[in-house]
Design a protein around this ligand. Sequence first.
Ligand SMILES: Cc1cc2nc3c(=O)[nH]c(=O)nc-3n(C[C@H](O)[C@H](O)[C@H](O)COP(=O)(O)OP(=O)(O)OC[C@H]3O[C@@H](n4cnc5c(N)ncnc54)[C@H](O)[C@@H]3O)c2cc1C
Length: 366
Amino acid sequence: MAVVGLGPAGRALAHRLLQAGAEVLVIDPCPERVWRQTLSGWRHQLPGWLDDQVVASTARPVLRTRGTQEIDDPYLVLDNTALHTRLSLAGARVEETRVGPDGFAALTSRAHWVIDARGATPAGRRRRVPMQTAHGVVVPTRAAAGVLAGAEAVLMDWTPFDGSSRWQEPASFLYAVEVAPGRELLEETCLAGEPPLPPAELQRRLHRRLQRYGVPPDAIEGPGATIERVRIPMLPSAADPLPDRVIRFGAAGGQLNPITGYSALASLRDTDTWVNALTRGDPGRLPQRPDPLARTALGAFLQLSPAATVELFDAFARLPTEQQRVVFDGRGAGFPAALFAQWQAMPPAGRLALIAATARSLLTAR
Ligand SMILES: Cc1cc2nc3c(=O)[nH]c(=O)nc-3n(C[C@H](O)[C@H](O)[C@H](O)COP(=O)(O)OP(=O)(O)OC[C@H]3O[C@@H](n4cnc5c(N)ncnc54)[C@H](O)[C@@H]3O)c2cc1C
């Protein structure tokens, strides 16, 4: 098996293939680079073969819309160093290089299956896709007391950043999670934009919001402040045809949820299903692109007004946990029903806005 790309998805797959006894070749320009981005997701997605050592923090988050609602499902932040170490590649053959445009065809003569785990935007294939952007700062947890207001974490705070009653165009939300003991990441996030909200605007909103919440300015801008800038493609790159016996995994493929932009925990969760299919020799049936309905939902989201956006997440917070999980998975048998339930939970004006946004998105779909 040849795994191209050693982000969390490729490394997890290569590790589990090795444990299953496969002969594995891994290729990445920086094979031992530890991921720097914050990787978080839902606890229930963490597979049984990974234990708490790879978890930096777990919390039951709140979602703030018109009021504050608790999400009754544990949310976690991964400890990247621990995860990287845990996903040992001992026994793999490692090539420190970048696979070029014709490289996949060549690899099929060296490996029985080739896995494209190059992430959502492999270099050289950038095209315009909706992006998630965010600007964050890591502060001591005590400095974030006003943001948390007693909550363990904040999944989304959709209240306007400047305290006004009108939403900005487009709206952004604050995300707050513990990334290490006593350290809180506070991030102003544009869930999806085409074009996305620029980093400078998100930084301005973050500072204004944190000022309102009473976060001391030196915690935000002092010399020790750690900044995180986020740019996540909400869709994988164009689906160029790949040669036979090459399949996609991770953010390059079907693990990327176009509703959230996230894929890391879904990749870890799906790893063993892929290992089993690869070792059986029938991985072709596994989904290698995001669910079309999730793409449609992203298209509709991009057309929504800020007020309807908030109604959408207010409705999400009131769904039963099982349906919230399905929405965050972005696929599966219950996915259409969960989206329908979310739509039904919106007030009449929000429902109409979502129908109109979906229609506009379908009419303008490229
Ligand atoms: C600041 C930030 C915060 C984020 N927070 C979250 C989060 O909380 N939760 C979440 O799920 N996601 C988050 N994301 C998105 C996250 O980065 C992806 O979900 C995750 O890294 C995807 O993993 P992957 O292994 O599929 O791809 P990637 O992590 O993109 O890894 C791809 C690998 O392929 C290699 N590669 C690329 N091209 C080639 C080539 N031609 N030949 C060989 N190797 C190649 C790259 O070097 C890289 O190592 C965040 C992103 C950023 C930037």
